[in-house]
Write a protein that binds this ligand. Structure first.
Ligand code: NAD
Length: 425
């Protein structure tokens, strides 16, 4: 039998799972929970590993590996994105599923945490190959998912098209249309207005509230955004519209900078044409490493895990780091930022706008009744402001960094659900 006093048996000691487990251990220490509760909260409730054979367009077959992890389902169905990336492995998916559990609890949506992934680079796939891959993966994990069990959403490397295929595959197999099995879908098949920009809009609400605590407005600051995908591109635009000087953005190919602020509209057109921010004529080249160390007020990692480790964190000049990505700061990086007095707004609060509007999409799908865009925007803003207020109140009252305060709220809500439900049998 597993030693329950060891909350992290047989897992990697570095990487996103180690970071997620270290964060949990900190929260458990603050909350004073016993080893049994710690072990239960550290361990995924269920996970499935599936072989995903993909027939390429030329007829040959390749094998990808797929995963779906339900970290915790005590507060409701599992909820979490689906990631397609060559670097996906089970520990990354476990870490992201755990973050989803705390995130859903912090913003108080009635979900547990889950995540899925396939170890494939979607840029190597034609549209037909992506569709076959998605449909095969979905049918392999069918027993795990469903509107009352576990609900998908887009993440790195997937988009609303992929969610439509997930929804269709699930529905065809069940014999009727079930839109609530996935969120982040196109509007035509039960998507929600405002979902495509929800994560980025939520980051902006949280950034605004964080700066307001220091008496600073978004229009008074400069920002650098790492990542120009679904989250980073809308975020750069929304910050720009809020009056923030967006002085640098990047993607995996490199970045661009302009001291008096990039023309984000023109940059977006350039990306639509070329597929990358690199080569944009309205700015100078900047590397990803340089971007993280720019002299800006606000730094927003919106790309991948572990961008801010002890080395990159030591060079950060920003006053605030707002984590739009999941797990962008390692444990050591977090310590360096804290020692240097840099305020870090954690992922489980900062980027929760996506899951909040996913929740709205699921509610609408379940009711078959659709809200207007202003209704969604207003409800999102309210939920994000309320969540920020409760996290910053705990941070002030307990003298904690925002990350620990958010974790304490999230972990406590999940633990309370466990305690109230009791242990079966
Ligand atoms: P995406 O695939 O649409 O975009 C990822 C972006 O990061 C791309 O611009 C890519 O070029 C860039 N990138 C990849 N590797 C990089 C590297 N090494 N250095 C710099 N840039 C790099 O993904 P997304 O949906 O925008 O997700 C970005 C982050 O936000 C992820 O951590 C994801 O988990 C998190 N997130 C996404 C959502 C959502 O609704 N999509 C919600 C919450 C959190």
């Amino acid at each position: 039998m597993t030693d329950l006093t060891d909350p992290a048996p047989d897992v990697a000691t570095a990487g996103p799972l180690a970071t997620a487990r270290a964060q949990l251990a900190t929260a458990i220490g603050i909350l004073g929970y016993d080893d049994g509760m710690h072990a239960m909260l550290a361990t995924p409730r269920r996970e499935i590993h599936v072989a995903v054979p993909l027939r390429r367009d030329d007829g040959h077959v390749e094998l990808a590996h797929g995963y779906r992890v339900q970290h915790n389902i005590s507060r409701g169905p599992g909820k979490g994105g689906l990631r397609y990336s060559a670097s996906v492995d089970i520990d990354e998916i476990r870490a992201l599923a755990m973050l989803m559990t705390w995130k859903c609890a912090v913003v108080d949506v009635p979900y547990g945490g889950a995540k899925g992934g396939v170890d494939i680079d979607p840029r190597t796939c034609s549209s037909a190959e992506l569709e076959r891959l998605t449909r095969r993966y979905t049918s392999e994990i069918m027993p795990m998912i469903g509107p009352e069990r576990d609900i998908m959403a887009p993440d790195v490397g997937t988009d609303e098209r992929v969610m439509a295929w997930v929804m269709d595959t699930y529905s065809v197999n069940r014999g009727y249309t079930i839109p609530a099995v996935a969120t982040g879908k196109p509007l035509a098949v039960g998507g929600s207005l405002g979902r495509a920009t929800a994560t980025s809009a939520g980051v902006v609400h949280i950034a605004r509230a964080t700066l307001a605590d220091a008496g600073v407005g978004l229009a008074e600051v400069s920002a650098a955004v790492q990542g120009f995908g679904k989250v980073g591109s809308h975020l750069a635009r929304l910050l720009h519209e809020a009056g923030t000087r967006v002085v640098a953005v990047s993607d995996e190919n490199g970045g661009v900078r302009r001291a008096d602020g990039l023309d984000v509209g023109a940059l977006t057109l350039h990306v639509a044409r070329t597929g990358t921010v690199v080569g944009f004529a309205g700015g100078d080249p900047v590397s990803n490493a340089e971007l993280l160390a720019l002299d800006v007020d606000l730094l927003v990692p919106a790309a991948v895990e572990a961008a801010l480790d002890e080395h990159t964190a030591a060079r950060v000049k920003a006053r605030w780091v707002v984590e739009a990505a999941n797990g962008p700061t390692t444990t050591a990086g977090d310590q360096v930022l804290a020692d240097r007095g840099i305020v870090v707004v954690p992922d489980i609060l900062a980027n929760a706008g996506g899951v909040v509007v996913s929740y709205f999409e699921w509610v609408q799908a379940n009711q078959a009744y659709w809200w207007t865009e202003p209704e969604i925007a207003e409800r999102l803003e309210h939920r994000m402001r309320q969540s920020y207020a409760s996290v910053s109140a705990v941070a002030r009252a307990e003298g904690l960094p925002l990350r620990d305060a958010a974790l304490v709220i999230g972990v406590r809500r999940v633990a309370e659900a466990h305690k109230i439900r009791g242990l079966y049998p």
